[in-house]
Ligand binder design. Structure first.
Ligand code: ADP
Ligand code: MG
Length: 244
């Protein structure tokens, strides 16, 4: 089933043409990446999909219903999604449940149930400044996941991490997704990251961003370190590099 469909999106900011005829499809349980140069319009597209921004033309459908300009249906982890420094990790992560109207005690209990699978066990009462960069990102991912559970927009969630932590986080994300069942749209400008994680990659052009090409990534799952060096991986990487 089509979980999310974006059709013919156009967006300009004044005279700056940012998105041009962008159409994207995300199926149930699929992991789809958007790979493109910075400043091309990727975050602008997520703002439109999440309903925070209205496109000049085009529509956003979720499970075949028109959600253009409507917020509250998808989980959105923005490029700079910071935890509130004055709240504990458990309180930070409970926020989406509170927003849904769940009582504080129940929200904390439900959120706490995910701490160990997100590698945060024992850090419930810690503050964001006491955690490593990778742990903070996992907490932000858990908070995003708890917002809706089934469709997640992740805008360069590992962008600020060092290469080694980043690699570990990618492996962890794939692992945790096996048990969570979510459809994911993921922005990155890292080619290896896109190939390693995705079922499908949309390569965007420079601004105005338009879909240059769509790659199906037919690498077997579960993926691991040997995925990164296999011949199929290298072949896709070469094709993408030749496009950019
Ligand atoms: N609200 C806005 N008003 C004016 N210009 C914007 C706004 N949002 C983004 N832009 C511009 O649109 C272009 C695309 O931005 P963005 O979507 O953040 O790119 P990306 O995420 O691909 O790096 C940039 O030139 C940016 O300055
Ligand atoms: Mg961006």
């Amino acid at each position: 089933m089509k979980k999310l469909e974006v059709v013919g999106i156009e967006k300009s900011f004044g005279s700056l043409h940012t998105l041009k005829e962008v159409s994207i499809e995300l199926k149930d349980n699929e992991f789809v990446s958007i790979l493109g140069p910075s400043g091309s319009g990727k975050s602008s597209l997520f703002n439109i999909i999440s309903g925070l921004s209205i496109p000049d033309a085009g529509s956003v459908f979720i499970e075949e219903q028109d959600f253009t300009g409507k917020t509250g249906r998808v989980s959105y982890m923005q490029q700079k999604d910071l935890l509130l420094p004055w709240k504990t990790i458990l309180d930070n992560v409970s926020i989406p449940l509170l927003l849904k109207g769940i009582g504080k005690k129940e929200a904390r209990k439900r959120a706490a149930g995910y701490f160990s699978s997100f590698g945060l066990g024992g850090f419930e009462e810690s503050y964001p400044s006491q955690l490593s960069g990778g742990m903070r990102q996992r907490a932000a991912l858990l908070r995003t996941y708890l917002f809706s559970n089934d469709i997640m927009l992740l805008d360069e969630p590992f962008g600020g991490l060092d290469a080694i932590t980043r690699r570990k986080m990618q492996q962890w994300l794939l692992q945790v997704l096996e048990s969570l069942q979510a459809s994911i749209l993921f922005i990155t400008h890292d080619i290896d990251e896109a190939i390693f994680l995705s079922d499908k990659i949309y390569v965007f052009s420079e601004r105005p961003a338009t879909v240059k090409r769509i790659f199906e990534v037919e690498l077997p799952r579960p993926r691991n370190n040997s995925t990164l060096t296999c011949e199929a991986f290298t072949r896709i990487k070469e094709e993408i590099l030749s496009l950019l």
